[in-house]
Design a protein around this ligand. Structure first.
Ligand code: WQD
Length: 345
């Protein structure tokens, strides 16, 4: 067993690839498992350019449990980070069964394979799970702490909530599992090299990539979803967190689990909210380009405000986000400008 190998399911994706960089920086050895359904093989080359390391790639579907067991027995990772899954809220409403099958089926397949590998003499099953602030539904107030009630407003968020419950049930049945659940707020930005970044297929659902595409000239103008929320400027407020801060949060989570081993659930956010219009202004400063917008009707399912109380992650993991909104926009702009068509550039 290599005491430093970490398996990243969905490791060629946006959060996964940035986490691979942070893991290398921390002395770990990432192995990437990906079917490239929502990512691109060129990411591996970009990771080599950034880190100087060729990462092992296992190309396949996390739903293939027998194959996942083979991968675990081949690499004997000391920990697994589970990113693989579908994550588009709107798509999950239109095609719920795809989400229940891929996200719940993928998690179940991975967990059973990890349990089988541990029983066959592997390391104690250690997992970091990529959850989401979406499990808080429409919070009664902000900032949000981890003990807030959970609910879901769409099948994507429902799958995150159900997987969290699966992990709780698993830990009760098999206390030897060490599990860190990370509830992401709004990941944005890119590695400062501009070599890896967020590469949404088609029209971006999320704010930052859409703003970046307007700034670079790929799209005409931003549609702001609602200007009449009970917020300082009437537009939605979110906790935007730099993807490299998020990546370092995964390293801190693994180090905690591999150290004292207690399981935990923490928010990964900055503890600050910014409005849509604040993001537009910051992006114009960072890019030097205008971001024209028009304010339109609210988007169904959106909440007015959502930002984290990030103090538990600070206490448990010694982690906190460091990057400012301007830095997030500067790094997002560099990625967009250097890769106008993402990895297909
Ligand atoms: C942010 C703000 C919009 C686009 C979602 C998922 C969450 C996670 C992150 C996966 C809101 C406004 C957006 C646009 C806009 N995804 N907006 N015009 O909805 O907070 O979170 O993405 O893990 O689970 O729920 O992020 O970037 O879509 O929206 O005005 O074209 O920007 O109304 O106020 P959201 P977002």
């Amino acid at each position: 067993m290599n005491h430093k190998t970490i398996l990243l399911t969905g490791g060629a994706g946006y959060i996964g690839s940035h986490t691979a960089v942070a893991l290398i920086e921390a002395g770990f050895e990432p192995v990437i498992l990906d079917n490239f359904a929502n990512s691109h093989p060129v990411v591996l080359e970009r990771l080599k350019q950034i880190t100087g390391r060729t990462m092992a790639l296992e190309r396949g579907d996390v739903l293939d449990q027998a194959w996942v067991l083979e991968v675990l027995q081949r690499h004997r990772p000391v920990g697994v980070v589970h990113f693989a899954g579908d994550k588009a809220v709107g798509e999950s409403v239109a095609d719920p069964l795809k989400y229940y099958r891929n996200n719940l089926g993928g998690a179940t397949s991975l967990l059973q394979a990890m349990g089988d590998a541990a029983q066959a003499g592997g390391p104690a099953p250690t997992l970091v799970f990529s959850s989401s602030a979406t499990v808080y539904g429409d919070p009664a107030r902000v900032p949000i702490t981890e003990d807030f009630p959970r609910s879901h407003t769409n099948p994507y968020g429902h799958t995150k909530l159900v997987i969290e419950d699966m992990l709780t049930a698993l830990r009760h049945a098999q206390p030897q599992w060490r599990i860190g659940t990370l509830r992401y707020f709004n990941p944005v930005g890119a590695h400062p090299s501009g070599l890896i970044g967020e590469d949404p297929a088609g029209i971006p659902n999320n704010l930052m990539p859409y703003v970046a595409q307007v700034a670079v000239g790929v799209r005409e103008q931003l549609g702001v979803f609602g200007g009449d929320y009970p917020t300082p400027d009437g537009t939605g407020v979110r906790d935007f967190i730099h993807v490299m801060d998020l990546a370092r949060g995964h390293v801190a989570a693994l180090q905690a689990l591999l150290g004292q081993g207690e399981s935990f659930t923490v928010n990964l956010g900055t503890g600050r909210g910014h409005s849509v219009l604040e993001v537009v202004a910051a992006f114009e400063r960072a890019s030097g380009r205008p971001v024209p917008y028009r304010i339109g009707p609210r988007r169904a399912g959106d909440v007015a405000q959502c930002w984290a109380d990030a103090s538990l992650a600070q206490r448990l993991l010694g982690w906190q986000a460091r990057h400012t909104l301007d830095e997030m926009c500067a790094d997002a702009w560099r990625w967009q400008h250097q890769n106008p068509r993402g990895y297909r550039s």
